[in-house]
Write a protein that binds this ligand. Structure first.
Ligand code: SIN
Length: 373
């Protein structure tokens, strides 16, 4: 990342570039005719600076052998950005390649690195907005993680692609162009961390990937999207929901406290629950049936581990809705937490942050799960 201090721009570069412009025969062209170049960037102070943190994913993927096979994340961050010339007309882009992975391999170490870079960019007055390119498979988890850590004033936007660069109707370039566009818009300030895909804007709290391959895979089943991008127009359907009550401290180290997700099904016993605790789980997220329920045997196992201090959170495998306390399951008696509207993978991230922030009191943890934004 190479961000020149404002004073250097004003006193060294601008006079130098202006003299170059005056000597250039192409200066006679109208503003509209001229392609945007470095000189334009210097003399147009309104041009926003956007930091693009790249992590890999299908947006940085290309086909390897035949039409259906491709490798996520095999394109370098700088090459991804330079392959989309339109971006240079929209903002001054600073690329910072953080990782080059398929998002199934996202790790606590990379999340931590990402959070520190996003926080640094939030604190850097030269940067107007932050875009993160990311695989779509775990994008909602990274977005949610950042949303809980960064008290965002500037736009923080994650985007990716469902189809790699060299597939027919690849969506990566348009998604990235939309994300950078949004990162320069004043209406995107004071919003939660956002995901932009397929022209829609979603908030990190309620968005989830909902289809294996469709371009319209992201959905917010409980609330709907928060906005839409239509060519040059950006519309937000609702006012900012950035009035978060709790911003967590960025964890000091990775890996974060171990929290396992256990999926409920017919004929479920308690073995996986006890095994998870034996392997060091400090928390268990139950992906429960229906309203966060599970078999009598599994409830018994969860009750046993909860009584030993493991934090048990009940969420649902249904994909939408809320899990509230003491409806089908007696959370008070069992010392369980209800996940409210969080899906299991986000409940896991939240519990990791809670535990990394050394919050152990059950009532407080329940309040933090009921906090919706
Ligand atoms: C990934 O999540 O890295 C692969 C799939 C995708 O980006 O759509």
């Amino acid at each position: 990342m190479n961000i020149l201090p404002r004073s250097l721009f004003q006193f060294l570069i601008i006079p130098m570039e202006l003299s170059l412009i005056l000597l250039s025969p192409s200066y006679a062209k109208t503003e509209k005719d001229k392609p945007m170049n470095d000189i334009d960037r210097v003399i147009r102070p309104e041009k926003k600076q956007v930091l693009v943190l790249t992590t890999g994913g299908t947006i940085a993927g290309s086909a390897t052998t035949d039409e259906l096979e491709y490798k996520a994340g095999n394109t370098k961050g700088e090459d991804l950005i330079s392959s989309i010339p339109a971006l240079q007309n929209m903002a001054k882009i600073h690329v910072d390649p953080v990782a080059q992975i398929g998002s199934q391999d996202m790790s606590d170490t990379i999340l931590l690195k990402l959070a520190k870079k996003v926080q640094a960019a939030e604190n850097n007055p030269s940067i107007s907005g932050i875009v993160i390119t990311h695989g779509t498979d775990t994008m909602e988890e990274t977005a949610f993680f950042l949303d809980k850590l960064i008290n965002s004033k500037k736009p923080i936007i994650l985007t990716g692609a469902m189809r790699p660069t060299n597939f027919i109707s690849s969506d990566g370039a348009s998604n990235l162009v939309n994300a950078v566009k949004l990162a320069t818009r004043p209406e995107a300030y004071h919003q939660p961390v956002m995901i932009v895909m397929n022209d829609m804007i979603y908030d990190a709290h309620s968005v989830q990937k909902s289809h294996t391959t469709s371009l319209q895979t992201f959905q917010s089943p409980n609330t709907g999207p928060i906005g839409i991008i239509n060519n040059d127009h950006v519309y937000f359907y609702r006012t900012s929901s950035n009035a978060r009550k709790h911003i967590y401290a960025i964890p000091e180290k990775a890996p974060f406290p171990r929290v396992e997700i256990i999926y409920s099904h017919i004929q479920m016993d308690g073995d996986l629950i006890h095994d998870a605790v034996k392997r060091g789980a400090k928390g268990i997220i139950l992906t429960g049936v229906g309203d966060g329920n599970t078999s009598t045997q599994a409830i018994q196992a969860l009750k046993e581990v909860a009584s030993k201090g493991v934090i048990v959170v009940r969420s649902s495998r249904t994909g939408s809705g809320f899990v509230n306390r003491n409806v089908e399951v007696n959370d008070d008696a069992n010392k369980f937490i209800a996940a409210a509207d969080l899906n299991p993978q986000k409940a896991r991230i939240l519990l990791q942050l809670i535990l990394a922030n050394k919050i152990n009191e059950l009532d407080t943890i329940q309040q933090l799960f009921y906090e919706m934004n």
